[in-house]
Ligand binder design. Sequence first.
Ligand code: APR
Length: 251
Amino acid sequence: MSLLEPSQLERLRAARSVVALTGAGISAESGVPTFRDAQTGLWAKYSPEELATPEAFLERPRFVWDWYVWRRQLTSAAQPNPGHLALVELAKIFPSFTLVTQNVDGLHTRAGSTDVVELHGSIELTLCFDERTPVSENDYVDDGKTPPRCPRCGGLLRPGVVWFNESLPPAALARAERAAQSCDVLLSIGTSSLVHPAAGLPLLAKRSGALLIEINPSSTPLTRHADAVLAGPAGQILPELLRLLSSPKSA
Ligand code: APR
């Protein structure tokens, strides 16, 4: 069974510029839980909106910090999966390929992707809440009980990720928007397409004339706008897409 209609495959093969936008779903097969699929374990009863806002953090800093300590442990133990690896290879096929991610887990870079546009920051980074400056993990003490503090100003320390009600890094967002506006094909991979402004990028690409392909086992608000929907796990579909593009005759 072919993944794409012949005319769509032709458009993909001929593309000069491709954007891949990824979300938590691409890391699901690496064992990193997504945000909106059923949560497991300790944090099962909390929604991301309850844990990932500056307000929630200021109200219960240690509690929110601990959620990120847990996620950081998960992500640092996780390994890139065939979906991440296929994107490294796909990037080599097209004259221009921009990988934009909402993920903070660093798995694209660990897989070998270069120049990843990280819209939501990185869980590896720790920032001073007040000064917004990075603090090295050797420079602060975490006693496991009280919220860790900035060694310079005594402010609360927080993870270097973008929370709800916060702005995205302007340079990363501008780059993602420029790439979406000028691409021939946009692949939306493993995202619920619920969180803006990232969720607006595929529609921006489509309005600018790009072919829009969604890869997700479940439908999302983007599905009805997509030209092609590849319903399945990214770790399976992306390697199939790569094989299709690497073999000149098959469709
Ligand atoms: N392959 C592809 N997609 C998958 C897979 C898989 N193996 N498993 C799950 N998915 C899909 C789900 O169907 C869902 O649509 O991944 C999506 C995950 O959605 P979310 O948990 O909402 O993650 P995401 O879209 O990345 O969230 C966006 O919201 O919580 C904030 O800042 C956080 O970056 C995050 C943003």
